[in-house]
Write a protein that binds this ligand. Structure first.
Ligand SMILES: [Zn+2]
Length: 240
């Protein structure tokens, strides 16, 4: 679905990833789950393009529900995969990287079970490691379709980053600011539940820092697009 000029939302009700089209080339933001590969292929062909037109995959962080088909895109489309340096080893499998223990989740909650089931169906336990990544740095403007600016927003993971499209005022917020609590189904903007965050305090600080970003449209890793500006999203998140 095209949610803004040249920006397409893909994935499922439980996890989002995006495609930016500019000048006949594509940037993919996050790589969902392995089984969502077919969606990538159909979307590319619906645009009248080919896999070779995918220039890069940018990962907001190295959790498996965002790394999904990144390695396959690298191999089959010749795309480069970018991730913040502090999440690089988790992406390549050199280090395990922080992640939630499923047994510590509130498994008695219906939405939690639906989320886990959807992750498992999508292949979350079978995500190929990425053999080669390019490291993104805070403040860097990437010379890729959309000209995304990297904003390091640690807390969810050490290398968690948002990607900002200055011209179109779009912020891909990854899991630093989401509009779906995957455990309860609540759609108030906020952090993911603490179970998923590497450093809760840092995650809070990073989200607060996003307030000043001049973005109208916020596209999170989980939940619906937020159209009322990032400042209002952060404000809603921090309302007691
Ligand atoms: Zn996630």
């Amino acid at each position: 679905m095209e949610i803004a000029p040249g920006i397409h939302r893909l994935g499922s009700r439980m996890v989002n990833w995006f495609m930016i089209e500019e000048g006949g080339r594509l940037t993919v933001i996050d790589a969902g789950l392995p089984k969502q590969w077919d969606q990538l292929v159909s979307q590319v062909s619906a645009l009248g393009m080919s896999l070779n037109d995918i220039e890069a995959v940018l990962l907001t962080h190295a959790h498996p529900d965002h790394v999904g088909f990144a390695e396959r895109t690298r191999q089959e489309a010749g795309a480069t995969v970018h991730v913040h340096g502090l999440d690089a080893k988790a992406a390549t499998g050199e280090e395990e990287g922080p992640r939630a223990n499923p047994l510590k989740l509130p498994l008695w909650k219906l939405h939690t079970m639906k989320f886990l089931a959807s992750m498992i169906r999508g292949g979350v336990f079978n995500v190929p490691e990425i053999r080669e990544v390019s490291e993104m740095r805070d403040g860097e403007t990437l010379d890729l379709p959309g000209k995304p600016v990297v904003m390091h927003t640690p807390g969810h993971t050490p290398g968690s980053s948002c990607l900002f499209l200055e011209q179109s005022k779009v912020l891909f917020s990854g899991d630093a600011l989401v509009t779906l609590n995957v455990l309860t189904g609540d759609t108030t903007p906020g952090l993911l539940p603490h179970h998923f965050n590497w450093d809760q305090q840092q995650a809070q600080e990073s989200m607060t820092a996003l307030r000043t970003v001049d973005a109208d449209l916020v596209l999170p890793g989980h939940g619906e697009p937020w159209t009322s500006g990032v400042a209002e999203a952060v404000q809603a998140a921090q309302r007691p």
